[in-house]
Design a protein around this ligand. Structure first.
Ligand code: SF4
Length: 377
């Protein structure tokens, strides 16, 4: 089993918190880019060793800036490389103001059966503050249009901890997401990444960030409201209605191999991680010359151990301690158990059937718990 991720690194404008690689969207460069991605798929599809592809995810950037022709060329070109077509979940990330009735119908027709939309907030002042290009009403309209086009698996992203956001406005955003009856919600705490406009504003003293206490209170509200509304809290930042977990992301968290295509995309073949350059020009030149563009990073056991611990402890299923012994041997297994047991005693982790999981209290302290069990050379 495997997955394909396709990165579309184009945006109309930069959100103030975003440090993802993206460049200004221009139609002719998007056209050339689509062709390069199809060429890359042709070169690299064999890396998954003939595994059946169950999920495809087109992320960005803003994939919904691609025209109908570009998208169908891209999907047709990549799917055309598969020996058998067993794709069950096909997701595209979209921006609310790109979703017209026609665009929604076109996405459905091409074969997407899941849409992930960056909404971030249902409060216009907050949206403006983080430089999003849509309004709250446009986000609501986009959900309704997607549903009318036949989508029954819609995910939205929300952000908490925005300066000047209040417990009340956050509660209203979460309630609006619930009222829209979307199947999946991902929520992230606003972070200040170096190089972003937000980071600079904080540095210059122009904004005051939300305190840890305020962020914890917002997260608690989120968990309480979504649980009450019937969402399963299956990963620290992810909530889903029954049967609507993200298959693609769940596969990442289970370390299923995937092929990442496009500039800035990563791949994992079960052993090694490969990284395409975060530079469209460099990427396209390499692919155009008939060569692959990635660099391979080999990881040591302790780095793989850290990844396993960080990812699995964020999930509801938690981490099976014996899997550490099987993968990395006795030393790292003992190291984990010794450090995890302290958090079991403190009530931050629970232990059942050999699986360690964050407790309700531990979820709020996840960063600290994870810091204590990872290995630093
Ligand atoms: S639309 Fe997404 S990728 Fe583009 S700048 Fe905003 S957050 Fe970043």
């Amino acid at each position: 089993m495997g997955g394909i991720y396709i990165h579309i690194p184009f945006c109309k404008r930069k959100c103030s918190y975003c440090d993802f690689y993206s460049v200004a969207a221009k139609s002719d460069s998007m056209e050339r880019y689509v062709k390069a991605v199809i060429d890359e798929a042709e070169m690299r599809i064999g890396e998954l060793g003939g595994a059946e592809i169950k999920t495809m995810y087109v992320g960005g950037g803003t994939p919904s800036l691609l025209s109908a022709e570009q998208l169908s060329q891209l999907i047709g070109g990549v799917r055309g490389q598969l020996t058998t077509d067993a794709v069950q979940e096909m997701t595209i990330e979209v921006n609310p103001d790109d979703i017209t009735d026609e665009y929604a119908l076109m996405l459905h027709k091409i074969g997407f059966n899941r849409v992930s939309m960056g909404v971030q907030s249902f409060n216009d002042d907050e949206l403006q503050f983080i430089n999003r290009r849509h309004t709250a009403q446009q986000a609501t309209d986009a959900v309704n249009r997607l549903r009318a086009a036949g989508f029954d698996n819609i995910s939205i992203d929300l952000i908490y901890g925005i300066p000047k956001q209040t417990q009340q406005t956050w509660r209203e955003s979460v309630n609006q997401a619930i009222a829209l009856d979307v199947q999946h919600i991902s929520c992230y705490c606003l972070s200040y990444e170096e190089g972003t406009r937000l980071y600079m504003m904080r540095k210059l003293g122009k904004i005051t960030e939300c305190s840890d206490e305020e962020c914890v209170a917002m997260y608690s509200t989120l968990v309480e409201l979504l649980k009450k509304a019937g969402y399963e809290h299956y990963e620290i930042s992810n909530f889903a209605k029954a049967g609507k977990r993200s298959m693609h992301n769940s596969n990442y968290w289970n370390f299923t191999p995937y092929l990442g295509l496009g500039a800035a995309a990563h791949s994992y073949d079960g052993k090694n991680r490969r990284y395409n350059p975060s530079n469209i020009k460099e990427y396209a030149e390499k692919i155009g010359s008939g060569a692959t563009a990635y660099t391979t990073e080999s990881e040591e056991d302790w780095q793989r151990y850290n990844e396993l611990v960080m990812i699995r402890l964020r999930t509801t299923e938690g981490l099976e301690a014996k899997s550490i012994e099987r993968k990395f041997g006795q030393d790292l297994y003992r190291y984990f158990v010794k450090n995890a047991e302290r958090h079991v005693n403190a009530g931050n982790l629970s232990k059942n059937d050999g699986h360690y999981r964050l407790s309700e209290a531990g979820v709020m302290l996840a960063d600290m718990v994870i810091r204590d069990v990872i290995y630093v050379e």
